[in-house]
Ligand binder design. Structure first.
Ligand SMILES: *[C@@H]1O[C@H](CO)[C@@H](O)[C@H](O)[C@H]1NC(C)=O
Ligand SMILES: *[C@@H]1O[C@H](CO)[C@@H](O)[C@H](O)[C@H]1NC(C)=O
Length: 215
């Protein structure tokens, strides 16, 4: 009986995970209508007879993002804001630029698996499995290599080559979401109380305050 309940619980859990993905479209396309006030799961569709090739087009991914920031990385997004025709199709694209030692810090995408292709340079990539193992799966990938980050898992990328690095990433949702761990835990508004984080991380208050002040 207990085994049965556990099995049903696991099935229910896997069902939830499957439901977290974008649903399949029920029409050829649903080009986002930017001025619509309608609220639905995605954006309202433009009249299909008014749709043009430009609704499915974006130019600009050849232009590097500016990496002159504390982390030395920059993401250039190609979402429904850039290509309204992506609405309801369940995919998302971005270019990520890295200065030498530039870092895309530990983060998760709650609604999307990510597939990364290295265009230039050498990048250390890694993700961490769920509790209780918390196994780090990491590798150095080079130009032409492809690496996958499963949906929801904490992951990062760091340029470990001598020059700049460039990657293109695609995600399996039109709105995969981004939760940067440092910002969520130490930069929430309002702050999670410092004494709570002191207990969670088992370090001095000054260390927590220091991080909270930076993110
Ligand atoms: C990323 O690059 C763009 C284009 O160069 C720039 O406008 C933006 O401020 C940069 N973002 C960060 C976080 O540095
Ligand atoms: C990149 O960003 C830095 C910091 O914001 C700025 O000083 C610099 O002019 C920018 N470079 C380019 C090429 O836009």
């Amino acid at each position: 009986m207990v085994k049965f309940i556990v099995l049903v619980g696991l099935l229910a859990l896997s069902f939830c995970v499957v439901m977290a993905a974008d649903q399949s479209p029920l029409q050829d396309f649903c080009v986002a209508q930017s001025n619509s006030q309608m609220l639905l799961n995605g954006l309202a569709c433009k009249d299909p007879s008014m749709v043009q090739a430009s609704d499915f087009y974006f130019s600009g991914l050849h232009i590097p993002g500016n990496t002159s920031n504390a982390l030395g990385s920059n993401g250039t997004l190609v979402s429904t804001a850039q290509i309204p025709g992506l609405n309801t199709l369940g995919i998302f694209l971005a270019r990520i630029d890295f200065a030498p030692w530039g870092l895309n810090p530990p983060h998760t995408h709650p609604r999307g698996t990510e597939i990364l292709t290295v265009i230039q340079g050498s990048i250390e990539v890694g993700f961490v499995t769920s509790n209780p193992d918390n196994r780090l799966i990491s590798k150095i990938v080079n130009k032409g290599d492809v690496f996958v980050f499963p949906i929801g898992l904490v992951h990062y990328q760091r340029n470990v080559g001598s020059g700049n690095a460039v990657a293109v990433v695609a995600l399996s949702s039109q709105n995969p979401g981004l939760v940067t761990i440092a910002h969520a835990v130490f930069g929430s508004k309002p702050d999670i109380s410092t004494d709570l984080l002191v207990k969670a991380f088992q370090v001095d208050k000054s260390i927590i305050s220091n991080i909270q002040a930076k993110v």
